[in-house]
Write a protein that binds this ligand. Structure first.
Ligand SMILES: NC(=O)c1ccc[n+]([C@@H]2O[C@H](COP(=O)([O-])OP(=O)(O)OC[C@H]3O[C@@H](n4cnc5c(N)ncnc54)[C@H](O)[C@@H]3O)[C@@H](O)[C@H]2O)c1
Ligand SMILES: [Zn+2]
Length: 372
């Protein structure tokens, strides 16, 4: 069965990837967290379908299983929701060794993970991601947390799961726009680490978009492997884990100024635009060959992700949002820039003028020649 192992100095877990895996969830959870009780906290949009399937499997494996639905969406990734989760767990008398399972996209993984990290100072935590984005990115690597009114993901912890169970069949009900957003992170993984897989993805886009299962398994497995490798090398983001932010400083500025998907751009769409801007900047600065932009624009376009946006807020507003987003307070924007397909650098030497010029080029279609 396809899987990826993630090994850290103090912890080790397996990420299983398979169509139909939810029906075996109970036995998988039992192998890492045997106990009388288990709780599944599930995104309300999939509670009746995937939630019921997960519960039946856990019950068959002997768990006294609580299934509780949580309102879906980024606006619910907050401390009120976490408090609601604590109440549910306390009411059901979940104990120190009872597994808590997050079933849903990245919103569920992050918020349930934070509840699991803090309830009774930490209980066994299982990730069951059901969006492509959560499968290839959010569910792997142990970052959990919630938003507060003053910013995204400002409250959180590093709390690794005991198991990640990826049922590829979950993607059957995922809206196509969400699937495309997950693919933006896959493109990112190709650019930062793997030229061969970038080219493979270009070839298999039609199969992915029509939901071909073997292709989806292969896609998820290589992306999980890349994310796991980065996390194994730098769990707490003191170095190369920052490469995963390729395109994201630009993306966060778009999201912050256009309202986090609320009628505007979804995260993956903002990341697509952000990767184009970062690549344009790298080319303008002579750091990378122009062919990379052509390849990137072609792949994103075939997936159905945006590569330019006429309706972006004014550049000074975007620049300001970028400065607010920056994690280091050294006064310089640190950007992840491509050197070539499969290789990026962290750079803080771009001038404001060069960054502003990259924003400007996002406003019209990219003038690139597509390689035959
Ligand atoms: N922890 C990390 O390392 C990490 C990394 C990347 C992103 N994230 C976080 O992940 C979140 C975004 O995750 P997301 O894109 O999965 O969003 P999400 O959890 O909001 O899910 C997107 C939408 O899809 C629906 N949905 C989920 N699974 C479905 C299915 N199988 N069928 C039909 N509908 C389904 C949800 O109800 C929701 O409406 C953000 O909060 C982001 O901060 C975390
Ligand atoms: Zn992202």
């Amino acid at each position: 069965m396809p899987h990826v192992d993630l090994t850290l100095p103090h912890h080790r877990y397996r990420i299983h990837i398979e169509p139909g895996l939810l029906s075996r969830l109970g036995e998988l959870v039992r192998s890492v967290a045997p106990h009388k009780k288990a709780a599944v906290l599930v995104d309300a949009n999939i509670a009746a379908t995937l939630g019921a399937r997960a519960k039946a499997s856990l019950a068959a494996a002997g768990y006294d299983t609580l299934l509780h639905a949580i309102d879906a969406g980024e606006q619910h990734k907050n401390l009120d929701t976490v408090r609601q989760m604590y109440d549910v767990l306390i009411d059901a008398k979940l104990e120190r060794k009872s597994p808590v399972i997050a079933l849903g996209g990245g919103v569920m993984g992050d918020s349930v993970g934070f509840a699991a990290a803090t309830y009774l100072r930490g209980v066994p935590f299982i990730q069951c991601p059901t969006t492509l984005l959560a499968m290839v990115d959010a569910s792997v690597g142990g970052k959990v947390g919630v938003n507060v009114p003053r910013g995204k993901n400002l409250i959180g912890a590093f709390y690794q799961p005991n198991l990640v169970a990826i049922d590829i069949d979950s993607l059957d009900s995922l809206p196509p726009r969400e699937l495309r957003c997950g693919l933006a992170e896959c493109v990112k993984h190709g650019v930062i680490r793997d030229a061969a897989r970038f080219n493979w993805l270009q070839r298999v886009v039609p199969a992915v978009l029509r939901g071909d299962k073997p292709t989806l398994v292969e896609l998820v497995q290589w992306n999980v492997q890349i994310k796991a490798n980065v996390v194994m090398a730098d769990e707490k983001e003191t170095g190369e884990r920052a490469h995963l932010n390729f395109g994201h400083t630009f993306a966060h500025a778009i999201e912050a100024t256009t309202g986090y998907g609320d009628g505007g751009y979804y995260h993956g769409e903002a990341v697509a635009l952000g990767m184009v801007a970062a690549t344009r900047l790298a080319i303008d600065r002579g750091l990378c060959p122009p062919t990379l932009l052509s390849q990137l624009v072609k792949l994103l376009g075939d997936i159905g992700l945006p590569t330019h946006a006429a309706d972006l807020p004014p550049t000074p507003r975007l620049m300001e949002a970028m400065r607010l987003d920056k994690k280091v307070a050294s006064g310089k924007l640190r950007l992840v820039l491509p050197r070539q397909l499969g290789e990026v650098v962290i750079d803080d030497t771009s001038s404001d003028e060069a960054i502003a010029a990259a924003w400007q080029t996002l406003r019209q279609p990219q003038s690139v020649t597509v390689p035959a």
